[in-house]
Write a protein of this length. Structure first.
Length: 353
């Protein structure tokens, strides 16, 4: 993945045009749309790299609904967006939470992170997805000792599971998707779910059952009650099937998909109107009830809202038009196409192409 410029926490406020809270795909594309309007961006994200949920939860999982891109992974999408926004030189503040937001005497927004970085801008864009998310852990004593070594809650590199005797616990889309995607790589996969009903897409469930019938993977309808091993390396898990005695299933790796806990975090204290932990917006500009604060992507809500990346891209474009009037009040907004505007092509560095 492209290594972006990461800012060092400063004692005095850093001045910019737009502060973006969240560096997922929608936040990254917002940099592009804002950049076309000569607006510089600083982005704050609690993760240690760009990509948001795409990078954190399914970096190698195929995505099929990006316009004109038949298939790409979360990592590939992030890399392409990072390449696209290079001409606008955004500054990233990774591993930081947007903790406090207040108005300055000059009418700008001052945002302070939990690491003491202070940013000032006339516009704030909240592109924080569903907020800060944490995996729900299995209620198993001592599981923390294995996390990051042989117990995982997300797949970062598929190759890490090649040749593994792998247990996948869960019954939703993530569990089924990874059972199917990793089956060709792993030595053996055992899918564990507490009941013989799944919350995943019917097609995925059908494919999983076919692999089980062919003897290419195992399915255990059981409760996962404990894990055992040494020095962080898993050796087995204990299962309890209805009406049977507990038994141990040997394994050397486990993926647990018990869902996510989403927390809006300090954004909820910014004074923005909320509805069921989402931010209502004006769909002509995607401005919140607080003037000059916008919300785009999965964090916002409005009639007919669809939580798709492409919807967030559309929202970013309309947001940027209104932001232009705020950042450049002395300039007239001119709608232009990148295919025909020499000015926009110059900004993108493709005028000589």
């Amino acid at each position: 993945m492209t290594n972006p410029t990461e800012a060092v926490a400063a004692q005095s406020p850093v001045q910019t045009d737009v502060i973006i809270v969240g560096a997922g795909p929608v936040g990254l594309f917002a940099v592009f749309e804002l950049g076309l309007g000569d607006m510089k961006c600083h982005l704050v994200d609690i993760l240690d790299r760009p990509g948001g949920q795409c990078a954190e939860l399914y970096p190698e999982k195929p995505i099929y609904d990006i316009p004109a891109v038949p298939v790409c992974t979360g990592t590939e999408l992030t890399e392409r967006l990072m390449e696209q926004i290079k001409p606008f030189h955004p500054t990233f503040h990774f591993g930081q939470m947007a903790e406090k937001l207040q108005k300055t005497a000059e009418g700008k927004w001052q945002l302070t992170t939990d690491r003491g970085t202070v940013l000032e801008a006339p516009v704030v864009v909240v592109a924080a997805g569903g907020g800060s998310f944490m995996p729900k852990k299995p209620p198993i004593k001592g599981i923390d000792d294995y996390e990051g070594t042989s117990v995982f809650y997300a797949v970062r590199k598929m190759e890490a599971f090649r040749g593994k005797n792998l247990v996948i616990a869960g019954g939703g889309d993530s569990a089924l998707d990874w059972a199917l995607n990793l089956q060709p790589l792993a030595k053996r996969i055992t899918l564990i779910h507490r009941r013989d009903e799944f919350r995943a897409a019917p097609d995925s469930v059908s494919k999983m059952r076919a692999l089980v019938a062919e003897g290419k993977m195992d399915l255990k309808i059981a409760n996962l009650t404990s894990v055992s091993g040494a020095d962080g390396q898993l050796a087995s898990v204990t299962l309890v099937e209805e009406g049977k005695e507990p038994y141990q299933l040997p394994c050397d790796s486990m993926l647990a998909f018990y869902g996510l806990t989403m927390k809006l975090g300090p954004v909820a204290t910014f004074g923005i109107g909320l509805h069921e932990n989402l931010i209502p917006v004006d769909t002509s500009t995607f401005e919140t009830n607080v003037p000059t604060i916008f919300a785009i992507g999965d964090i916002n809500t409005y009639p007919g809202k669809m939580k798709l990346i492409l919807s967030g891209f559309h929202e970013a474009a309309l947001m940027a038009k209104k932001a232009f009037a705020i950042v450049h009040p002395d300039r007239r907004y001119r709608f232009q196409y990148t295919t025909s505007s020499s000015d926009l092509q110059h900004k993108l560095g493709v005028d000589a192409a």
